[in-house]
Ligand binder design. Structure first.
Ligand code: C2E
Ligand code: MG
Ligand code: MG
Ligand code: MG
Length: 279
């Protein structure tokens, strides 16, 4: 009698695969429970004007306050949330929370910061994405001008025509749009002039080697010039050192964010920063 090969048995009963599947099921169950128990919250990272360090906005970054594991970063749960479509519900929480915060700050500060909200590609699969988003923002009575939507290139790849239609509607409704992680995709350049983006966020993978690699400096210079020609604002991500800041200023970059200015912080710490800011 033929014995099944060792490889074949392992393909069927791979204990590592089994463990991974179990861990994913557990995480999915925990994510559903987290939504019911309101365990998600937003952290805020300042986006500043590089010339004078004035805070012009905050990027809202979701966190999961897990009862045992503590504060869980998005990289640990967003991918599974996308696979299971739970990202749609998390996305609605994030937008609602960002709107409430934006209104509070608009009431307190004469020159209110914009809040940047990250959108997942999964949110773009819905052809009513633009309508749903505006409806949600309207429910919170939040002016669309206070919200900046961050979209990565990969998010618009699945259905580029539908994404373009959705983004044009959002732009027409007064949302600002940012192309996130610029430079990491395959066709960033072609999307840049087709899509109604107001801002380009240069990915931090370009900022880190900027000081020691002339080639990287050349690429970043080209991105900044191109943005000027296309009339778009440039935000550099991942500014960690005074050297990064100096080089970016020399290259003519106007806005930035990164640990040099502040890590993402909770809402009350962010508000304290606004209070202390001379503007
Ligand atoms: P992102 O949108 O590109 O956000 C920037 C990430 O870079 C944040 O990580 C931020 O904490 C980190 N960062 C900022 N400054 C520095 C720096 O100077 N050095 C370094 N090394 N990192 C810096 P975070 O909060 O862990 O978020 C990771 C990603 O998760 C985000 O990348 C975004 O793609 C996703 N994400 C976060 N919140 C949401 C959300 O509400 N919805 C969706 N769909 N995705 C989200
Ligand atoms: Mg972002
Ligand atoms: Mg980014
Ligand atoms: Mg990113």
């Amino acid at each position: 009698k033929r014995q099944p090969s060792r490889e074949r048995r392992f393909a069927v009963f791979d204990p590592a695969m089994h463990a991974r599947a179990l861990a994913e099921m557990e995480l999915e169950r925990d994510l559903r429970r987290a939504l019911e128990r309101n365990e998600f919250l937003l952290y805020y990272q300042p986006i500043v004007s590089l010339a004078d360090a004035r805070i012009t906005g905050f990027e809202a970054l979701v966190r999961w306050q897990h009862p045992e594991r503590g504060l869980v970063p998005p990289d640990h749960f967003i991918p599974l949330a996308e696979d299971t479509m739970l990202i749609l519900e998390i996305g609605r929480f994030v937008m609602g929370e960002a709107c409430s915060q934006a209104i509070k700050w608009a009431e307190r500060f004469p020159n209110p910061p914009k809040i940047n909200v990250n959108l997942s590609g999964r949110q773009f699969v819905n052809s009513r994405m633009a309508e749903d988003t505006s409806e949600l923002v309207r429910q919170f009575a939040c002016p669309t001008s206070l919200i900046n939507l961050e979209i990565t290139e990969s998010a618009i790849l699945t259905d580029t025509d539908q994404a373009l239609a959705g983004l044009e509607k959002l732009h027409a409704q007064g949302f600002e749009l940012s192309m996130d992680d610029f430079g990491t995709g395959y066709s960033s350049l072609s999307y840049l002039h087709q899509f109604p983006f107001d801002n380009i966020k240069i990915d931090r993978s370009f900022v880190e080697p900027l000081v020691r690699e002339p080639r990287t400096a050349a690429i970043v210079t080209a991105i900044i010039r191109l943005a000027e020609i296309l009339n778009k604002k440039v935000v550099a991500e991942g500014i960690e050192t005074p050297e990064h800041l100096t080089v970016l200023q020399q290259l003519g970059c106007t806005y930035g964010q990164g640990y040099l200015f502040s890590r993402p912080v909770d809402a009350s710490t962010a508000e304290e920063m606004l209070t202390k800011s001379p503007w």
